[in-house]
Design a protein around this ligand. Structure first.
Ligand code: FES
Length: 158
């Protein structure tokens, strides 16, 4: 490959990336793009105090992991095999939940609130926020179910 053709490929690649980003900015808010490029808390937690695995109506699955101390969610992480907006919604949900008591999290982390923080999503992606909020609720329910009976931890799947 000559120097000129290398420069052409690099220029084409840069222009293509710029076009893609311009298209994304027309559809998504800066908050969505930020969480998409830098997802927060996208990892497993070993020996989590609360855990849930939930599959949404589209077939995508999200897992959520909680660390809880004195009824406060000190850490909240997630994983998903879903699309970019699923990652974005999981990222926002975990940020919203961390540092909150159970009551605060139940009262404030919802699909509507995730969508508000993100400045909205296209209609076709609203269910991604519902998947994230529901998975968090199930992880909290798992914690409550097991907290007084730690032996149950040995029998759960994760
Ligand atoms: Fe299925 Fe996002 S497209 S959860």
């Amino acid at each position: 490959m000559t120097k000129d053709s290398e420069n052409d490929v690099a220029k084409f690649s840069r222009e293509l990336q710029e076009q893609i980003m311009a298209e994304l900015r027309r559809t998504y808010s800066p908050a969505v793009i930020d969480h998409w490029q830098n997802p927060r808390n996208f990892r497993q937690l070993e020996a989590a105090d609360g855990y849930a695995k939930n599959t949404g109506s589209c077939g995508d699955t999200m897992e959520m992991f909680l660390r809880v101390k004195a009824e406060t969610i000190t850490e909240c992480t997630f994983q998903t095999d879903g699309c970019g907006t699923t990652v974005v919604c999981g990222s926002v949900a975990t940020e919203m939940a961390a540092g909150k008591t159970f009551l605060e999290a139940l009262g404030s982390v919802s699909a509507a609130e995730i969508l508000r923080v993100l400045g909205g999503l296209p209609d076709s992606s609203v269910h991604c926020a519902q998947l994230a909020a529901e998975t968090l609720r199930r992880a909290m329910a798992d914690y409550l179910y097991r907290k007084d009976e730690p032996w149950k931890t040995r029998y759960r799947k994760k």
